[in-house]
Design a binder for this molecule. Sequence first.
Ligand SMILES: Nc1nc2c(ncn2[C@@H]2O[C@H](COP(=O)(O)OP(=O)(O)OP(=O)(O)O)[C@@H](O)[C@H]2O)c(=O)[nH]1
Length: 362
Amino acid sequence: MFFERILSLGTVNQEFSSATKTRLMNTIALITTGVSMLYTLMYVFVLDQSTVALINLSFTLAYCCTLGLNALHSTKASKVWFFSVLMVHLMVCTNVYVTNATGFHLYFFLVPTGAFLLFELKDKLEKISLSLVSVVLFLYCENTMNEAPLIELTESIEAMIYQSVFLVNMIEVIVVLTIFANQLERNQTKLTRQATKDSLTQTSNRHEFFEKGESLLLQSQQRQEAFSLVLLDFDYFKSINDQYGHAAGDTCLIMVSKIIQAELNSKQILARIGGEEFAIILPSMAQASAVNLAERIRCKIEQHAIPIIGESHFNCTVSLGVTCKSNAQDTLKTLLVHADNALYLAKNNGRNRVETFAQINA
Ligand SMILES: Nc1nc2c(ncn2[C@@H]2O[C@H](COP(=O)(O)OP(=O)(O)OP(=O)(O)O)[C@@H](O)[C@H]2O)c(=O)[nH]1
């Protein structure tokens, strides 16, 4: 469960924010304190090594201080402290307790990955300094043989410890890479959303309208299918804002976009292309069906009560202009002009109605 939560850090569901980093630092410090304490007890009761136990107890207490610093909101200091204690501890383990044949110094690899994971993006100096120190200390431990270790180990135990250290390092690298990959994917999804969706209504924005619209129009031309476009504009929206406030205007935009969306299938696209103007792309739909759909949307909007805080509700209406691709030369821009002309006609003819471009030309 804990492992699963760690591996899902940085995904859409579990944001890897500064607060999460602090929580993770606390968890790591707590686990390290616990493990270090267990080793201390083992040195006393199993190996009968009181000197080693005493040294180890001081490291256990030092790890514990990380939690204290975090509690005092010195999050950066707590991380620097934790990694510094860890590095000194590793050096003492490798060069005082036992020898480098145990591979204890391989734990120095935990420092750069851990530091890059837990520090903030801006803490470059801390991340680089800790990484460099860990490399130097690793090389020192690798090239120094402790001739008189406090704990004598057999070769087979040394080999076992070496393998376990390697395993822990591998697990840490996998976890950290997974979190970074999650974070990357999450940011990518967020950026794509920001670039293509309208932040208020979550419908397509102008950019996505043109991108998807042009590709769907091309497809309909290749397949020789119909293609309709509807332009929708609120009636007297300025008065709604003036009378009920801008927030009520925003609620109105959101609710109406939901009403329209409910009438569309997954291939039809609703886009907010202006302040209170929406466009609906209807691939494979001929004019008659598009007019029917536009009329249905108009009725649903007219009947829908928009709630207002402190008051009961208000109703709004929209005008719609419909156009349909008539020849192979039609581009999305020309269709937009045609739909706009039809919309203008709907406004001129009294609003809260649907008009078509074909009527203007008739
Ligand atoms: N609440 C809110 N209002 C917006 C938003 N974008 C544009 N508006 C408002 O929409 C109103 C549009 O006003 P007009 O262009 O005069 O059109 P109208 O009042 O709807 O009149 P007609 O279109 O002629 O029926 C302006 O008052 C804008 O401030 C928005 O995101 N939220």
